[in-house]
Ligand binder design. Sequence first.
Ligand code: HEC
Ligand code: HEC
Ligand code: HEC
Ligand code: HEC
Ligand code: HEC
Length: 479
Amino acid sequence: MAARAPAAHALAWAGALLLWACDGGPPGAQTPTPTPTPDAGPAADAALSAADLRDPALCADCHPDHYRQWSGSMHAYAGVDPVFRALDAKGQAATGGALGDFCVQCHAPVAHRLGLARTAADLDHLPAHLGTITCAWCHQIDAVDGDHNNPLRFADDGVLRAALRDPQPSPHASAYSPLLDRNDPRSSDLCGGCHDIVLPHNALRLEKTFEEWQGSLFSHPERPRFNSCGHCHMKASDGQVAVDGPPRRGHDHAMVGVDVALTPFPERADQRARIQRALDTTLVSEICVVQRRGGAEVEYYLENIGAGHHFPSGAALDRRAWVELRAFADDQPVYVSGAVPEGAPAAEALDADAWRLWDTATDADGAGTHDFWAIEGITRGTLPVIAALDPLDPAYVNPHVLRRYIVASEAPLTRIETQVHLRPIGLEILDDLIATGALAPALRDAIPTFDFAPLVWTPEAAEARLSPIGREALCVPAR
Ligand code: HEC
Ligand code: HEC
Ligand code: HEC
Ligand code: HEC
Ligand code: HEC
């Protein structure tokens, strides 16, 4: 990859900044403007041009927290991501180049819109900051003309938009935009436009986080039900949003989900800790046991209470989330499902009973595939999102999803241990890309497995009552 050249950039704008810093306002302004209008200054008067603003390193001096958080985000990683690089390369080879700019349009949108890249390989010849999802991209969007495959309009006009209605003077132009205000539902259109993928060859909606959110309770027009993508993914905190600026509420730019950088990258430990914290409050589970002669029927329920879309969502065909369940009678193991040895691909190691929580894509012959360009069908396996509270509402979907396990045992069950596990990417997917030669084998070891809080059933801890499907059972409640 071409080395970035921050030094050259620094030289280009240092003069302008110096000027601005000396006279306290944009060059040309005789006096600093104390209360700028929402459209604080036309870009033409600003010291920094659209071209200057393309390098995130430029923002770090004045917006250090935003820069640090973004630099460890999957948005900063989008164009660098070796799995993205390898899969794009595989797709270009498999389709004789017909895949074209499909992938870079979302993963490296600035380079794509400037006409500098059509494939991931083209990014090798560009400064790194042009080839990923940067500040300059999100903050210069002035319209969203659709709901999938990046329909965002890139103004590239040097006006940095967000939710401040009275931005202080700065060397760049600023403006308020509802598309960058998490309290406005239109802000979800901005995120959602890139977070839904429709395949060009058959119009299949492969990834559909935005569609799921739109159908959920969270898209309700009013708070407290209304929760935009930003309400959950960009938590607010008090402080300053620019060095020496007034007290303001800033918004988190790490935007964690479940995916992690596989190669050395900023903020890695912090990112993993935050993913774990988010996952700890995403699911609740419940176990109800109907003891019978010769064994027991175990009802295991999972409910997605924390995500504003399915669990998992997005690249749900690449995620590997599954349930591990172990039953004991007199401390002897009598049944196990969902045991995956460390380092083994879950898709291959799981038993027939195991509850797999991911989407499965198939090609024209019905064989499993994760090659976008070959996908013809998809079977969903994710947990739904809360869509309506009233079961009589036509939109209602029961979020309390049941899986039954039949356990054979002469002695009554004395203990059941359950736990959900999640790998951001299936190891067999990496193995496949490693086999093409486009992915370094060492990256396989970098995939973490996140463990959810276990739920344990014992007859002593259980309560005798009707299970959610109305059978007399011993239940350890959802938590
Ligand atoms: C020399 C300092 C400086 C630099 C460099 C700088 N900014 Fe700013 N920026 C500010 C100040 C000051 C504000 C106003 C803060 C306030 O009012 O609290 C601001 C405001 C903003 C806003 C809010 C706009 C609004 O109306 O809501 C955004 C977005 C922004 N900057 C993004 C960036 C990005 C992206 C970069 C790098 C490409 C950058 N800034 C570079 C000083 C700077
Ligand atoms: C994926 C899109 C996205 C990227 C990339 C992004 N931002 Fe933002 N940024 C937002 C959104 C959305 C808001 C508005 C949050 C709100 O007020 O609801 C925001 C707000 C801001 C603000 C206003 C203060 C605040 O925290 O609300 C600043 C300053 C800012 N961003 C700077 C940056 C800088 C600097 C970078 C790059 C290092 C960057 N942003 C990258 C989406 C993005
Ligand atoms: C230009 C298209 C684009 C826009 C706009 C965009 N994203 Fe993303 N986002 C991506 C891509 C691409 C990735 C994944 C990069 C990778 O893993 O290689 C991503 C990753 C993420 C992740 C991490 C996913 C994971 O599995 O860990 C979250 C969370 C996220 N985005 C939320 C948002 C929010 C919130 C907004 C709006 C403020 C937003 N995105 C706007 C394209 C976009
Ligand atoms: C009510 C809170 C909430 C809202 C609203 C929300 N998310 Fe999430 N999101 C989460 C939580 C919690 C996770 C982690 C658990 C998970 O993976 O689902 C997550 C995970 C993700 C991921 C990782 C993918 C994965 O495997 O699940 C992406 C991408 C994402 N969100 C994008 C979005 C976008 C885009 C929107 C708006 C259209 C949005 N989110 C709205 C809470 C929310
Ligand atoms: C519509 C925009 C869009 C297009 C087109 C797109 N992606 Fe993505 N990609 C995303 C978003 C958003 C995420 C994050 C979703 C999540 O993490 O759940 C993502 C995540 C990824 C990831 C990391 C997560 C994973 O495990 O899969 C890889 C790798 C990836 N994309 C590769 C590709 C390749 C290769 C192509 C082209 C064949 C492509 N993408 C096309 C938006 C897009």
